[in-house]
Design a protein around this ligand. Sequence first.
Ligand SMILES: Cc1cc2nc3c(=O)[nH]c(=O)nc-3n(C[C@H](O)[C@H](O)[C@H](O)COP(=O)(O)OP(=O)(O)OC[C@H]3O[C@@H](n4cnc5c(N)ncnc54)[C@H](O)[C@@H]3O)c2cc1C
Length: 296
Amino acid sequence: MSLWNHYHIATSIYDALEALKVSPQPAALVGGGTDLLLELQQGRHKPVQTLVDITRVPELTRMEVQSGRLFIGAAVPVGCISQSPLVHEHARSVAEGCALIGGPQVRNSATLGGNVAHALPAADGMIGLLALDAMALVADASGLREVALLDLFEGPGRSKLRPGFDLLVGFYVHTAQPGQGSAFRRIMRPQGVALPILNMAAWVEREGERIRRVRIAVGPAGPTPQRASAVEDLLTGVIFERNQIERAKELLQSSVTFRTSAYRSTSEYRYSVSEVLLEDVLAAAWKRSGGNLENL
Ligand SMILES: Cc1cc2nc3c(=O)[nH]c(=O)nc-3n(C[C@H](O)[C@H](O)[C@H](O)COP(=O)(O)OP(=O)(O)OC[C@H]3O[C@@H](n4cnc5c(N)ncnc54)[C@H](O)[C@@H]3O)c2cc1C
């Protein structure tokens, strides 16, 4: 039995949206198919008649700086993102998150848009974007709109994007300025197995020896992707030094919920490794911001 009966390769955003509307129903968007095809095969996605392939839509395959922001198209394979000099320069946490997704075959097809649209709370590319406060560019029949990344998620595997109506075009992050740095780290089972035990991304802005601003994204730490807001508040304005990092680790333990998941990890293990991961990711981001690690 075939998993779909019609396959439409969209050539523009309009063509993709139109195909979703007029093709034999139900119709679904497909990027690399690394999530969707497995779910169809395993009966975890309702059957579809039509797949609308968005990987050849020009706007979705761009990576470029536009008016002070880096744009990463939703259909760019994560392998390309991980190797892009532009992404390394401006969005290191995204490059590092994408570099760890699956193995090379998966990374050659999986897209960043699919990673976000699938709405898992620890998707690696998405966590990298979250620390950069990314905005998503979404298209529907009425035009284009920007949505804060966090506002796209409803629950584990449940996106607020309306199937059949909304198309992720890409993501905007601010270009990196002197004194800023970001990083992504994860604890995982052997490379190639889907999704991490725990991942974190951090972005810092440095003012001398002080942390001027900081953002920390943690997955999986709830039904939807999470920022460690209490830890961010604690670290804002403080000197980057051992005592403050120890306080941040303690607060992370009490302010974030790690649960046990059947295939990946116990909650206790996640709590215990979260301290190491937090220090590691903050130190890497701090170093990239030009800060020194002597006080750590
Ligand atoms: C062996 C294996 C290992 C993996 N390892 C990891 C891992 O380590 N880390 C990790 O994060 N993920 C991992 N994944 C999951 C997966 O590869 C990613 O989530 C991938 O980025 C999904 O992108 P895709 O283009 O393949 O999405 P698809 O499978 O094509 O689509 C997924 C969903 O998103 C929707 N969609 C796709 N593009 C758009 C768009 N532009 N606009 C709106 N909706 C859209 C589809 O309709 C579908 O519902 C792994 C998968 C496999 C098979």
